[in-house]
Ligand binder design. Structure first.
Ligand SMILES: *Cc1c(COP(=O)(O)O)cnc(C)c1O
Length: 357
């Protein structure tokens, strides 16, 4: 790990903390933030924790024009005995660097990034909500800041971490959502930026999301960009199907974002000796499985919701109702096990959980 010292300036005025029941996703931020600068020739420098504040950027800063930026998302939990736990933060920082590589952004020392994260969380530890299902959402991101309108990699960047207390994703317990199969728009293509967590991917997904919302669906199921046939992801989550006792998830094909939750679920299933395969799966195969009555469960996976069961899949002008629109047994078991490990309630036999304090 690089030997940096993080300069800390504490905020004089502390913000009022929201009450647990009113917490919404990503709307409230803590008292402090972490920032570090990159300058070509000098590398990453001046890591500091400062009061949460607006950024001052030149209107020509490259991030505003060509979108050279990346982000991550993970959570911290407070256990009953006041320990702060992170879930596999090394995986997020590894992925941050894979995203950086794809976007021509200089790499960040992964161990140092975790250290910076731990120090920031310690400073704002009073912000970690404690009610059932709540957590502190962590958003590390990198933006290009050089004032220049040329299309080229920026010579300056900022690496920033902000923290947001978030409520339970499922206010009334885990429940299935309605998904529409997207046949017009695509999220990503092989050779594009689908494997990177970069803003442009999400900007490109909004239109499909908006259209499906108007029809009463909460997210879309993305198909591949070439044949419009193979399943990629659901909304901004990875996807799993349980067909005739076997669990199937699309293999990482060069346009799918590799989720930490996806990876953890594959490990859990293997550990439980439940058949799990990573392979190409077409929408027709899912449709046929449904018609044969062997499509047992379908669910999305990601940090925010952990597991998001799919109760209805709209395709070919038909509504496929999966598992009576109820949360499946496996979905529930995965949700309980993963959240149990993340919150320190259950034993972590995989060595996934990292203590902050
Ligand atoms: C972040 C993300 C995921 C899920 O990743 P996790 O590490 O499990 O949170 C899946 N798909 C997309 C497109 C994402 O942005």
């Amino acid at each position: 790990m690089k030997d940096y010292t993080i300069d800390i300036t504490l905020s004089e005025a502390r913000k009022e903390k929201p009450v647990a029941e009113q917490l919404q996703f990503g709307k409230t931020f803590t008292d402090h933030m972490f920032i570090m600068d990159y300058t070509e020739g000098k590398g990453w420098h001046d890591p500091r924790i400062v009061p949460y504040q607006p950024l001052i950027l030149d209107p020509a800063a490259m991030v505003f024009h060509y979108g050279q930026s990346v982000f991550e998302g993970l959570k911290a939990y407070l256990t009953k005995d006041e320990a702060i736990l992170l879930f596999r933060p090394d995986k997020n920082m590894e992925r941050l660097n894979r995203s950086n590589d794809r976007l021509c952004i200089p790499r960040i020392d992964e161990e140092f990034a975790i250290e910076a994260l731990k120090q920031l969380i310690s400073v704002d530890r009073d912000w970690i909500p404690t009610a059932e299902g709540t957590s502190l959402y962590i958003r590390p991101f990198v933006i290009s800041t050089e004032p220049f309108l040329g299309v080229a990699p920026s010579s300056r960047y900022q690496f920033i971490i902000i923290l947001s207390p978030v409520g339970s994703y499922y206010k009334e317990g885990i429940h299935p959502v309605k998904i529409a199969v997207e046949s017009e728009f695509v999220r990503a293509v092989l050779g594009g930026t689908g494997t990177a967590k970069t803003g442009g991917n999400y900007a490109a997904s909004l239109k499909a999301q908006q259209v499906s919302n108007l029809k009463g669906y909460s997210q879309v199921l993305w198909l591949d960009g070439v044949e419009r046939k193979y399943i990629e992801e659901v909304g901004s989550m990875n996807i799993f199907f349980k067909i005739n006792g076997e669990v199937i998830t699309p293999s990482l094909n060069g346009s799918i974002l590799e989720g930490v939750t996806r990876n953890s679920i594959i490990s859990l299933l293997k550990h439980w000796d439940i058949p799990i395969v990573e392979r190409r799966i077409s929408i027709d195969e899912v449709y046929e499985a449904y018609k044969e009555g062997v499509l047992e469960e379908a669910f999305g996976t990601g940090t925010a919701a952990v597991i998001s069961p799919i109760g209805e899949l709209f395709m070919k002008e038909e509504k496929l109702i999966i598992n009576n629109s109820q949360t499946g047994e496996l979905s529930k078991k995965l949700y309980d096990t993963l959240t149990g490990i993340q919150t320190g309630k259950d034993i972590d036999s995989f060595g996934w959980v990292v203590k902050v304090n």
